[in-house]
Design a protein around this ligand. Structure first.
Ligand code: G3P
Ligand code: MG
Length: 258
């Protein structure tokens, strides 16, 4: 169902600041077909493309997301922490991100992170935006570690393609996956076992691995039959898997996401 084995994690986050419009554009320029981004809420209810529950690590500002608003986030420099080239990059709202990803023709893996917020606060407004702007729902996966977020999506729009995220896969994984009629399971490659891949496949689920950043890290996983990876370094895997459309895929790398 996902038509590419490679998804760019937080955009092309090894070459541009993670979860920024630049990282999305760069993914498209490198021929990546799908991007993963995180969606979280600010204090005023604005939903932004951002990973952490504070602005400290990836901007020149400080403070919890709950202290920020649509106005204050736009004052932050979200690029110079990564490199001078990206000084002045601003935090994007999730609406800006959705519109750009659609314009670029990419598939979207949108991950909800609730942190201390309610499902209604974080998920409901994003579903409304997707229904307003998104056209090809075959090219949309909603993913989350938060079971209530996925259950809400399933109850509101049963046709949505949902992915359950796990670090360590719990004993009740099948119950959780069935409750949301999941299509895929997204697992931490570093703890995933061959037997778990087999069980997931037997139950009818596709298996994706986050976040391998070296091709050697998932050699075995491909042999186990995983469908794809979510990586900061799609350029390495494109070369390795022979899917590169990028003339400069040897371009240098900057850093790995935390
Ligand atoms: O979607 C996979 C991955 O993004 C999950 O972990 O913390 O990078 O959002 P994280
Ligand atoms: Mg994520």
């Amino acid at each position: 169902m996902i038509v590419t084995p490679i998804t760019a994690h937080r955009g092309l986050s090894s070459l541009a600041p993670e979860n920024t419009l630049s990282a999305l554009r760069l993914a498209a320029e490198h021929g990546v077909q799908w991007v993963e981004i995180d969606a979280i809420a600010c204090g005023d209810g604005t939903i932004v493309m951002w990973h952490d529950n504070s602005v400290d690590r990836c901007s020149d500002g400080s403070g919890a997301m709950s202290q920020h608003s649509a106005q204050s986030i736009k004052q932050l420099d979200c690029g110079s922490w990564f490199s001078e080239q990206y000084r002045g990059e601003t935090m994007a709202t999730i609406e800006e991100a959705i519109l750009l990803i659609k314009e670029l023709g990419l598939g979207l893996n949108l991950e909800f992170k609730l942190y201390e917020n309610s499902v209604e606060t974080v998920v409901a407004p994003v579903l409304a935006l997707l229904n307003q702007h998104w056209e090809n729902f075959d090219k949309l996966i909603i993913s989350s570690f938060d079971q209530p977020a996925l259950e809400y999506c399933h109850s509101q729009q049963p046709e949505l393609q949902l992915a359950k995220l796990y670090e360590k896969i719990p004993d009740n994984w099948l119950q959780q996956m069935q409750a949301i009629n999941a299509v895929t399971c997204h697992c931490d490659y570093s703890v995933l076992q061959q037997s778990q891949v087999a069980e997931l496949h037997l139950a009818g689920y596709e298996v994706y691995c986050y976040t391998p950043n070296d091709t050697s890290a998932v050699e075995q996983h491909w042999e186990w039959g995983i469908e794809g990876i979510i990586t900061d370094y799609p350029q390495k895997f494109q070369q390795h898997l022979g899917t590169s459309t990028d003339s400069d895929s040897s371009a240098g790398s900057h850093c790995e996401t935390e």
